[in-house]
Design a protein around this ligand. Sequence first.
Ligand SMILES: [Mg+2]
Length: 277
Amino acid sequence: MTDGALAQNRLQAVLDHPEQTLVGIDFDGTLAPIVADPEQAHADPRAVAALGRLGRLLGTVAVVTGRPARTAVRLGGFRDVEGLDRLVVLGQYGVERWDASTDEFVIPPDPGQVAALTQEIPPLLDRLGQGAAHVEHKGRAVVVHTRQLPDPDASFSTLSGPLNDLAERHEMVVEPGKNVLEIRSPGIDKGVALRAIVEQTGARQVVFVGDDLGDLPAFREVEQLRREGLGGLLVCSASHEEDALSAIADVVVQGPAGVATWLEELADALEARRSTV
Ligand SMILES: [Mg+2]
């Protein structure tokens, strides 16, 4: 079977069994455009409206993000959206959770070593001539952003090794992303988060939409779930910065606007099928 036919079959399975389908979707670069100030990265309203339509038809819709759950809920504007009354937001790669049905956050305490590690970052950046890098404190994790530096790629390379050494000394790991180096506890990624919610919901098919290296574990997990007999469809929100996911994706769309259109088309197709049944 050609790749195109395979992708079509995988989509068809979602159309045939929406109630058994879980859609997991990343936030930054997927639902929301990448902007210079991460606090201004609001979800595309077209995408949120489409998710609301899907929320009525699909088994589960879950936003799976590296952002803290509270931030994602706020920037996503996910509260009180029609159709998203069962939305789940998994924050910090699944460590945190928000359920729209109860409006409750589950947020475990931060690991103790983060504070100690964080204190070492500013002097390290200064020593490496990268003192202007933006440091984001996420509580459970620390993120060093190189996007706003004069040469983001060079700064990323300069920082990568020393931050890895620092993380290792504190029994943490560095996860690279788009112009970001995130230091967090080991064993936490979107693949682990996705498997947990698939098991909780009993979903038989999984759609995952992502744009970045941080989504790769989720993409790999969907491949693994397929080997275990579940259905899986992978959608890549491509950008000019990072196309690592597009090689294994079934569908490649252009950034958050392309994602919004794809979600609208999925909702159209599902609603059309429902009205003919
Ligand atoms: Mg992303």
